[in-house]
Write a protein that binds this ligand. Structure first.
Ligand code: PCD
Length: 795
């Protein structure tokens, strides 16, 4: 083999391979209005489903009367838990092995929980019908706060579970407790900071939905749905419904943003499928915005206390963290089964730490279930926030520059592969290089001086500089470590080259906007010497695609991307034997030239053949000792995860009069190993940074004491818009992954993971000379102003 693409060298052989900013193929249909989302699907005889939801957060259902709804012209059915019980569909498993009611059976556990479903000829009638369903509730006291929920007198939420005597779900810990305690006892300095990672919602622009279509002629269930993991959903659907898996087809058409929200299965999908089965007609269910925010998988909601032990020179020796995790009414987090707290154990970050210990308690509350990995590889965001905030706290305590303190603690670039104190195997990294680049791009020294000047001159606007030098763990995952509901987290690719020299690539992952139809074709173009325009990528249909675990946790490139490269190389091997046949040479003498994409006879450069000619040969003149055709499949189980990293520097102005925060400069240097498409990567970074700004400045799902969601729509759950987004300056370094066939790491989540601590560090930094050590997110002007006021800085 020729050793695979080399960093930054492969660019520009002009066929749209690795490193070229190929324009996204899928954009043609998106920007000309030809996308095909679930709500665009219309089937003959299709019915519409609307869900009746509970206004109470905690209540026993005394009675449901659907007769007034049924009396409406056009209403076809009113379904309740009793109807589902008949078909054994009243409950469904969550991704964490809990059992969730599809429609409430007995007791409501969070506001807007699914109580009944109205099926009607059109959506308006379904909605009118839902309003006419009469439900009698016996209202109970709710508890929405995790700490309150653990108190002895708290209402018991999950009283249907045997042996469940309180609202405690699980305890989990990681690292070496004793060794860490010892380090803390002997350390020169220790710092501690409590911080909340507020409840967020992924809030994709397209809400969740499905069109279920039971075909009683073929005994087959087809569900078009907003799924980030069609195959895993097929297996779960089959297990829940009892319909054999080969009679279930899940299709994920165009998806308008996933962000982790479309990983779990929600009651709406199951109700639509059950209704279609019972009524023998297609049934469509589409969520409204507030239904999406109030009931589907939320993210974060971690109350964390971090501690660092260090020498007086700021060398970090130990890290400790204790977490209270609000999981809502069911344990429906989306994590690989063996990691109840996802990959939170990456909390030692980019630093070479001797000892670390983390503990976490999961709690039920009367809030929507979730804990999904919103643009985050299973809780990495929370871990990165914790450690990057703590490093700033330590820097302030010791009065060492935050860039300098990071430098003193980075895992050195020659220490990889590196095993962290919590047992993770980092593949590669060069953290100092990324930080240096970011410091230079940000004009760091200049702004430090400017910051000082403003303090001395008692200026109205303070300057703050925040840094985050984060490391992620993405690409779940090695099957030995990671599974979803028991299914190992491999992924797959299937390449078929046609007689006329073009190809179809089918992959087990599914794009929600990332651009896979382009970037995965680029991998094939690179590895086969084909033109990117001659490769079509298909995904999202379980009837035709090879089995895969889906797109989340930035795993498509690390896992399915690797499968694609390996499958392409298998095709290349077979191509060599066809080339040998065509060129009348021995197979061992055939070489493949990455630059030209041609197959040649060694030592006779004029005797060469392209993949197009080989494709013809494979079908029209195949060697006698080979099968005809030119195709290959690969199921890839990665040996390790990949560890992308970056350094972000955020410079803000804080207005002492209003508490308003303005971005002065926003620098993001990312390293995702070898880059497939720099333009796509830049788009990923921009989008993720915008979401990081939303996280730090605006977004939070809030509840009042009665369990009412007070942040459950776009009037109250504030997404950032173009007005809030500054100009981003992006840069990159390239540290290839040593174990990935094309040296690539994931990148999709880096910006959302890395940016919130940089932003909070910047705002804190503007006030740290007056003793401020923390500001909670979202850093609304009133929150910042209060902090200014307490520190004596407000004017
Ligand atoms: N890349 C390149 N190169 C490299 C890497 C990467 O080029 N080195 C590119 C690829 O190809 C793609 C992208 O970039 O296209 C991305 O990738 P990744 O990192 O692998 O990832 P994915 O898997 O594909 O994806 C996923 C992610 C996630 S996870 C999220 S959230 C988000 C992101 O992605 N989401 C979204 N991004 C995005 N975008 C859009 N548009 N949309 C969406 O939805 Mo989770 O877990 O789910 O929470």
């Amino acid at each position: 083999d020729d050793g695979g693409p080399q960093p930054e060298k492969h660019c520009g052989h002009g066929r749209g391979g690795m490193g070229e900013s190929v324009t996204r193929k899928e954009d043609k249909r998106f920007i000309t209005g030809r996308g095909n989302y679930v709500d665009d699907i219309k089937k003959p005889g299709m019915l519409h489903c609307e869900i009746v939801r509970s206004p109470h957060a905690h209540a026993r259902i005394e009675d449901i009367d659907g007769s007034r709804a049924m009396a409406l012209d056009g209403v076809v059915a009113v379904l309740t838990a009793d109807d589902l019980l008949e078909h054994d569909l009243a409950t469904m498993p969550t991704l964490m092995d809990d059992t969730q009611d599809v429609l409430v059976n007995d007791k409501v556990k969070f506001q807007s929980q699914e109580v009944a479903a109205v099926i009607a000829e059109d959506r308006y009638t379904a909605k009118d019908g839902a309003e006419k369903v009469e439900v009698e509730y016996d209202v109970l006291d709710p508890v929405v706060d995790a700490e309150e929920a653990l108190k002895e007198d708290a209402p018991l939420i999950r009283d249907e579970l045997e042996d469940q005597e309180d609202n405690h779900i699980f305890d989990w810990d990681t690292g070496d407790k004793e060794a860490t305690e010892r380090v803390f006892e002997e350390a020169d300095v220790t710092v501690e900071q409590q911080m909340e990672y507020q409840r967020l919602h992924p809030a994709p622009i397209e809400t969740c939905g499905a069109v279920a279509d039971w075909d009683p002629g073929k005994d087959k269930m087809t569900v078009h749905m907003t799924s980030q993991a069609p195959h895993a959903h097929r297996t779960l659907f089959s297990q829940v419904s009892g319909i054999p898996e080969h009679k279930v087809r899940i299709v994920s058409p165009d998806v308008g943003g996933g962000f982790g929200n479309k990983v779990p299965i929600y009651p709406g999908y199951v109700v639509a499928a059950a209704a279609s089965y019972v009524l023998e007609r297609p049934v469509k269910w589409i969520e409204e915005r507030s239904e999406n925010i109030q009931t589907t998988g939320f993210a974060r909601d971690y109350d964390m206390t971090g501690e660092i032990a260090a020498t007086e020179d700021g060398v970090i020796e130990g890290v400790k963290v204790d977490v209270l995790a609000n999981h809502g009414a069911y344990n429906a987090a989306a994590q690989p089964s063996k990691f109840p707290a996802g990959f939170f154990n990456i909390f030692t970050g980019s630093y070479d730490v001797d000892a670390a210990y983390g503990s976490l308690t999961g709690v039920f509350t009367n809030t929507a279930p979730g804990g999904v990995a919103y643009r985050c590889s299973f809780r990495v965001t929370e871990a990165v926030y914790l450690i990057e905030r703590m490093v700033k706290v330590l820097a302030d305590e010791l009065d060492v520059d935050p860039a300098e303190i990071r430098r003193r603690n980075f895992i050195p670039s020659d220490a990889f592969p590196y095993e962290s104190a919590t047992g993770w195997n980092y593949d590669s990294g060069d953290y100092e290089k990324a930080l240096d680049k970011a410091l230079e791009m940000a004009d760091y020294e200049h702004y430090r001086e400017e910051q000082q000047r403003r303090i001395e001159e008692d200026a109205d606007k303070l300057l703050g500089i925040g840094i985050s030098s984060f490391t992620e763990v993405v690409g779940a995952g090695p099957g030995k470590q990671c599974d979803i509901a028991g299914i190992e987290m491999f992924d797959s690719a299937d390449i078929r080259v046609n007689p006329t020299g073009n190809a179809v690539l089918r992959i087990g992952v599914q794009t929600q906007g990332q651009g896979h139809e382009t970037t995965f074709a680029q991998i094939v173009a690179e590895e086969l010497g084909m033109d990117v325009d001659n490769i079509t990528v298909e995904h999202g249909d379980t009837d035709t695609e090879p089995y895969g675990l889906g797109t989340y946790g930035s795993r498509s490139t690390p896992v399915a991307g690797a499968a694609t490269a390996v499958a392409a190389r298998k095709v290349r091997e077979k191509a060599k034997s066809i080339a040998a046949n065509e060129l009348e040479a021995a197979e061992e003498d055939i070489e493949w030239d990455r630059e030209s994409g041609e197959f040649r006879v060694a030592g006779a450069p004029d005797r060469s053949i392209t993949i197009t000619e080989i494709a013809a040969g494979a079908y029209m003149n195949h060697p006698g000792d080979e099968e005809p055709g030119l195709e290959a499949v690969n199921y890839y189980d990665p040996p390790e995860m990949t560890y992308p990293f970056g350094s972000y520097i955020v410079i803000v102005e804080v207005d002492r009069e209003t508490g308003e925060v303005d971005f002065e400069k926003f620098v993001a240097v990312d390293d995702c190993g070898n880059r497939i498409n720099p333009m796509v990567i830049e788009g990923q970074i921009h989008g993720g940074l915008a979401q990081g700004i939303g996280t730090a400045m605006l977004e939070e799902v809030t509840y009042d004491d009665n369990g009412n969601v007070t942040g459950g729509d776009f009037m109250n759950y504030l997404l950032p818009t173009a007005n809030e987004i500054p100009n981003f300056e992006t840069g990159h370094t390239v540290t290839p992954s040593p174990h990935h066939p094309i040296g690539a790491k994931g990148v999709g989540e880096s910006p959302t993971v890395g940016s919130p601590p940089a932003i909070v560090n910047a705002v804190v930094d503007a006030m740290s000379h007056a003793g401020v050590s923390h500001v909670e997110m979202p850093m609304t002007p009133d929150r910042v102003w209060e902090t200014l006021d307490e520190a004596g800085l407000a004017i």
